[in-house]
Ligand binder design. Structure first.
Ligand SMILES: Cc1ncc(COP(=O)(O)O)c(C=O)c1O
Length: 459
């Protein structure tokens, strides 16, 4: 129930009703799931595609909509976990891919489009040197290695609860549901996210609270005093894997100051905020310049791609061969062509203006629903990203997210959306991603489904 005061019995009843409705409308998906389970754990290619009791499978997408194998058209607010801010099968991106494919898609040799993209990113994100990879995880993994090679240190600091990909350095101190074991805010314990992460990796990664200058600073100063100075601090400038939690600008400035003071490489993980919130991501929006930036997701219009930006001084370690930053598919011509089309022709100033308009509309609509039913929820959003917090208490970091968010209600909201022709990313921590192809009608559909949900849970 947490602080929405919605009767958990009512939520359980509605969840059962909506789950049955979903299952009745997705018989083909169930058949595919049975087939898929023979050869894929959970019947999916990645655990993030899974759903209990079975996932819905999809065939195709166009603009703001995607289609299930049952043929149901769905307004897509999931957008591939934020990759598809351009909308599905954008004609200019399709054209770029179609032009590139017959010329060869992979050489393991350099091509000109990567140079052009590095020039574009240098201009937008204000860091001069770039390398390309194939995912957000690769970007954060390699950025951390570069930072370690540059500083000659090993410890890593992250924000408690933040997600930076699926490699061992960062699968620490997230997804924790019980804060009883975590310890005080200036001395959080490091906790593995699932099995298989070596203890040495867990021990090297220290988590501090987001938006808490005092406890973040205390922990870092103590690490330095104990001869355990961090190589890097990695953070999302706005936390996106617990809905959306905006930064207090003073916090970003304090992080910048303490990392500069101790020679700690500040890495902004802009895998979600980059491209989706502004062409130059959080750097453009908040004006705090880190030492390194990681990009992924929306960078290449739905083709696999990531990027790492850095200062001249730091990237000199890659330039002189001290640190190996490599990858067979890095800067592959297909992704680079799609990234160029996206950057040069699709994510224009008008596109961002449209996203801001849509986000204002969805936020105003959902806020009006909360007011109409006197429901203690509130919205947060920037540009293409946003969420409704099913909470009255303010969510400023992971600890307050766990304390205030009504997680059962979030799960019910997902079912309500799906059964009314809308999809958002599953999981209690996900936010919506709007695409430049959404229209006011898509937004109004979302708001009307939200209205129905809040009407039913407050009845
Ligand atoms: C902030 C952030 N960083 C890194 C990643 C990892 O990206 P990928 O899944 O492409 O490896 C994600 C993925 O959700 C993310 O949200």
């Amino acid at each position: 129930m947490q602080d929405t005061k919605v009767d958990p019995k009512l939520v359980a009843e509605l969840t059962e009703r909506e789950e049955k409705r979903l299952e009745d409308s997705t018989p083909k998906s169930y058949e595919l799931f049975k087939r898929a389970s023979q050869h894929m754990p959970m019947g999916v290619a990645s655990t993030y595609h899974a759903r209990d009791p079975y996932p819905v499978y999809f065939t195709h997408g166009k603009g703001p909509h995607i289609w299930t194998v049952e043929g149901q058209e769905i307004a897509d607010f999931h957008n591939g976990y934020g990759c598809m801010v351009q909308g599905h099968a954008h004609p200019l991106i399709v054209e770029a891919i179609q032009k590139r494919a017959p010329l060869g898609t992979q050489f393991g040799l350099p091509t000109e489009d990567a140079i052009t993209m590095a020039e574009h990113l240098s201009g937008a994100f204000k860091l001069p040197q770039w390398r390309f990879v194939n995912s957000g995880s690769e970007a954060t993994m390699d950025a951390i290695r570069v930072a370690r090679g540059f500083t000659g240190r090993e410890p890593l600091v992250k924000m408690f609860g933040s997600y930076h990909g699926h490699h061992d350095y960062v699968m620490v101190s997230l997804g924790v549901k019980d804060f009883g074991e975590v310890g005080p805010r200036d001395n959080y314990k490091s906790i593995s996210y699932g099995a298989g992460i070596p203890q040495c990796s867990i021990d090297l990664t220290v988590a501090v609270p987001f938006n808490d200058i005092e406890n973040m600073t205390k922990r870092i100063e103590r690490m330095v005093a104990e001869g355990n100075a961090p190589a890097a601090l990695i953070m999302e400038p706005a936390m996106m894997n617990l809905g959306v939690v905006l930064p207090d600008l003073e916090f970003l400035k304090a992080v910048r100051a303490v990392t500069k003071k101790h020679g700690i490489v500040l890495i902004f993980d802009e895998v979600k905020t980059g491209i989706c919130t502004a062409r130059g991501g959080a750097v453009e929006r908040w004006g705090v310049l880190p030492d390194m930036i990681c990009l992924g997701k929306a960078l290449a219009g739905g083709t696999p791609c990531g990027a790492i930006g850095g200062t001249e001084e730091i990237m000199a370690k890659v330039n002189d061969g001290t640190v190996f930053q490599v990858g067979t598919y890095s800067g592959n011509p297909l992704s680079m062509a799609a990234a160029r089309a996206s950057f040069e022709q699709v994510m224009t100033d008008e596109a961002y203006t449209h996203l801001n308009h849509l986000n204002d509309r969805i936020i105003a609509g959902c806020d009006a629903v909360c007011a109409k039913y006197d429901f203690p929820g509130y919205t947060v959003g920037i540009s293409s990203k946003g969420c409704v917090n099913f909470a009255s208490g303010k969510i400023t970091d992971y600890e307050s997210f766990i304390k205030h968010q009504d997680h059962e209600l979030v799960a019910l909201a997902w079912l309500y959306n799906f059964n009314r022709g809308i999809i958002i990313a599953p999981g209690r921590e996900e936010e919506w991603t709007l695409s430049i192809t959404h229209t006011d009608a898509d937004i109004d559909l979302y708001v009307s489904a939200f209205d129905e949900l809040i009407h039913d849970v407050t009845a």
